[in-house]
Design a protein around this ligand. Structure first.
Ligand code: 4AD
Ligand code: MG
Length: 436
């Protein structure tokens, strides 16, 4: 069957097909029957439409099928498009042919079910209007990231997923048996990217990333997608500004392509419009502590990482993402260099999203001090042999370089305004879940 025979629901809702006979295919979203008439709401990827099936307008067999088909049955139907102010979307289809492609069994998902039940039924729940909308926005976000970097002269560069070394601390590594050895699932693309910038200078990537996060939060996944960049000749300031541009670009693309989905999710597009053009402030960790002290009466001891509560309280004073730089060097990963102007702090940054979405980007300038990195890795109990290749990069024409990683699901959750990161990825993997 050629595609041209089929009309999409959005074409009907745009008014272009009014009065015409069209063929539609999709699934039953809702249905109710009252004797000689069946009201079926049909959905396809582009929207939902009410189809009115009246006995006498189609064959008896087709009418009987329409009468007994349950929700999620798949269909091919034919009918005449009518404008109808009473119909949910202003249009309805007066059905003249109703072919059930596959009769559905009673659908296990009904109203008011628990989040855990919906997670068990994820393979079916993915069809919901909520998840469909999120997945469309996710697709835009992923496309925007590729577009942003490619338009700005970056090469896409791929690193191995199985890695012999850690990047972000040994406690969240997933170990994988590798023949007679062991390796780990990638915590970050970064260390390999640092090798590649000496050839390609400006690179990016987006890929699955793994962290054995031992706590249950609404922000952490065990498998997530990170979009990372690395650039030769770039310092901390350069990459914080690139990260701001990237986030604004993503927002613009979503606003251009996903107005309808934002509406389905109840997300305020005005707020996103503001953030798609606004300037985002950069402050230091120490300034963040000052804000918390003055405006929130919160005393955070200098040297402690910002927890969720502190990040959220800080962000209640901003209506855009904020870049926080110069965290205490002690609590930072081994590759983050000390700031020569303030030795207690590192040349690093986090970008924090407003409204409780937390850290969406993390990055830094990269250390060139082999001695310091060796000491820090040893203190963590690492085998230095595994990092010799990385230290080589400092021995053969090292240059200042920097990069960052953006958490795709964190950004999607924030843009969609959803309360749990698990809905920002189709099949979430967490401490307690790896099925379906
Ligand atoms: O801050 P992180 O750990 O930075 C790195 O991994 C660097 N090596 C990146 C780089 O410089 N190339 O992670 C980067 C971002 C975080 O800001 C957060 O948005 C996201 O990845 N992220 C997670 N998202 C979901 N679940 C988790 N468990 C995450 N851990 C980090
Ligand atoms: Mg981080």
């Amino acid at each position: 069957m050629s595609n041209s025979k089929w009309t999409k629901i959005e074409e009907i809702l745009s008014g272009k097909k009014t009065g015409e006979t069209v063929n539609l295919r999709g699934w039953i979203y809702r249905t109710r029957s009252s004797g000689n008439i069946v009201f079926t709401v049909v959905r396809d990827v582009t929207g939902t439409l009410q189809a009115t099936v009246k006995k006498g307008n189609l064959s008896d067999k087709d009418f009987e099928d329409a009468d007994k088909a349950l929700i999620e049955s798949s269909l091919e139907i034919q009918g005449v498009v009518k404008e109808d102010k009473r119909a949910p979307n202003g249009y309805e289809l007066q059905v003249t042919g109703f072919n059930v492609v596959s009769f559905a069994e009673p659908f296990p998902i009904t109203k008011d079910q628990s989040p855990e039940f919906l997670m068990d039924q994820r393979h079916l729940w993915i069809r919901s209007q909520k998840l469909t909308s999120i997945l469309k926005i996710r697709s835009t976000v992923v496309g925007a990231i590729h577009k942003f970097f490619r338009q700005n002269g970056y090469y896409e560069f791929d690193a191995p997923v199985l890695q012999p070394n850690q990047c972000e601390g040994g406690s969240t590594l997933f170990e994988v048996k590798y023949y007679d050895n062991k390796t780990y699932l990638s915590q970050s693309w970064q260390l390999y990217a640092e090798a590649a910038i000496f050839a390609l200078e400006k690179i990016y990537n987006m890929g699955p990333t793994f962290r054995a996060e031992k706590s249950k939060t609404s922000r952490h996944l065990s498998e997530f997608w990170m979009a990372e960049m690395e650039g030769a000749w770039m310092d901390l300031h350069d990459v914080t500004e690139i990260a701001k541009d990237e986030v604004r670009f993503i927002l613009k693309e979503v606003l251009e392509h996903n107005r309808r989905e934002l509406e389905v999710l109840g997300q305020d597009a005005k707020k996103l419009e503001h953030m798609s053009t606004a300037k985002y402030p950069t402050i230091t960790y120490t300034e963040a502590l000052d804000i918390l002290k003055e405006k929130e009466k919160m005393n955070v001891e200098w040297g402690k990482d910002l927890r969720t509560l502190e990040e959220n309280n800080l962000m209640s004073h901003f209506d855009t993402p904020v870049v926080v730089t110069n965290y205490p060097s002690e609590i930072m990963a081994f590759y983050k260099p000390k700031d020569p102007k303030d030795q207690k702090t590192a040349l690093c940054f986090d970008m924090i999203a407003p409204e409780g979405y937390g850290e969406i980007v993390g990055g830094s300038q990269r250390s060139t001090d082999i001695e310091d990195m060796t000491k820090r890795l040893k203190d963590m109990g690492e085998k230095i042999d595994n990092y010799e290749w990385y230290f080589d990069l400092r021995k053969y024409g090292s240059v200042p370089h920097s990069g960052y990683g953006l958490g795709v699901e964190r950004v999607v959750a924030w843009i969609c305004g959803i309360d749990n990161i698990k809905d920002a990825i189709p099949f979430p993997r967490t401490l307690l879940r790896f099925r379906p």
